[in-house]
Design a protein around this ligand. Sequence first.
Ligand code: XMP
Length: 514
Amino acid sequence: MPEVSGFDTVLVLDFGAQYGQLIARRVRECRVYSELIPFDAPIARIKAFKPKGIILSGGPMSVYVEDAPQLNPEILELGIPVLGICYGMQSLALELKGTVARTDLSEFGKTALNVLTPGLLLKGLRGDEQCWMSHRDSVTAPPPGFTVLATSAASPVAAMEHRERGIYGVQFHPEVVHTPKGMEVLRNFLYKACGCKPSFTPASIIEESIRKIRAQVGDRKAVLGLSGGVDSSVAALLMHKAIGDRLICVFIDQGMMRMGEAERVAETFSGTFGIPLIAVDASDRFLDKLKGVTEPERKRKIIGEEFIRCFEEEARKLAGAKFLVQGTLYSDVIESGTRQAAKIKSHHNVGGLPEKMDFELVEPLRWLFKDEVRAVGEELGLPERIVWRQPFPGPGLAIRIIGEITRERVDILQRADAVVQEEIRKASLYRELWQCFAILPVIRSVGVQGDERTYGYAIAIRAVNSDDAMTADWARLPYDLLETISSRIINEVPEVNRVVYDISSKPPSTIEWE
Ligand code: XMP
């Protein structure tokens, strides 16, 4: 049974939309809490959220295809406003005895919207607007009692409403940026039709998180694996606010963090925030295990396993800790589909801790999207460096040193990488880039410095733009910046005499080199 969030809530019923998650995010940007649930969720589950409104998402199918996801008519009897988007509007029209037909015209992409009368839903929109469409079928006649608010070239009903019944529909996608007034449409629905209050703010998210954590943990102890990234950091701050010193953070330095990072994490948490922190310098242990290992997947496996062992040892010492804190995010929950699946993944997040450890999970971020976690982090006073940290792989620099890992190589890469980080930040590009870093391919080449011939290492620089790491494009960094990075590395890291820039995209390359 879902827990009532404490915020005005609008549910998004997912009919298989490409943009389902985006609708929920946009609703939350309007400061109204939203969750995505399957279109056929039992009515009891829907009621348990005590929603103030429901949005029916788009979907890839025609309403006439066999097995097309069908709207549960009971939803229209809940007495709360409903907004259908694209397929969602078509299934509303079908259910309420309007007409949905395959016209010869389909609409994809930017489309002119002709507003006939704004009604409640399109309030603030003028006669001619732009919107974004993606459909083949169209509602050709509205159900009885509905007012047609807008049309487009291929949609005789591009928006409709039945104000008394609180049922609304749009053929276009208000959630995408290509519908410039889309947020206005959503706000009209949320505030005017559903009467929601915009109370889902970082400050109230913190309050609500604390309430939830206290309800779960009570007066018992919890342990958290801190990585230095934004998720585990925000989870740590929320937990500490909720249960104080009954939270113990464990930070394992595997010796392959970036320069100064391990010290910074310790300083931030135990210093600035006064959170009990066990910082374990396990670098010798990890380097020992990695001796002679060159194969990337073996490196990953060894580091993963050793990480579990270390964490296990430390956690065992914390007799009486009942809970293990995980930084699972709402997007992980949606992707995993079920709570069970999410659990398996969460275990994997800390490296697959064995069940016999008998920890119960606390997941204070499992109802938040990444941008909300960042906003909460900022509100809690987390340094910008952590809030906006680019993704950094669990195995750290180990997968950026091609071949065997030695202390000397880690040290060279750390110094070269520090230059990249510094110069990218100086050029105000850090937040814009998905990731930027240095790689040590362990190739030596001939150079000349002063009057001497050198035989030094080459360093590769990688900087990419990406939305989700599934695909990535190499960043067109300014030549002057590349020059500064190159000459600084060669001057400041004597073991290096050559710097190259990686100009491959993903696919066919990957972001990391291993
Ligand atoms: P690739 O190299 O596959 O990376 O394009 C995609 C994203 O995943 C990160 N990455 C990892 N993160 N453990 C992690 O926690 C790993 O073993 C790992 N390998 C890659 C990478 O930094 C990028 O953001």
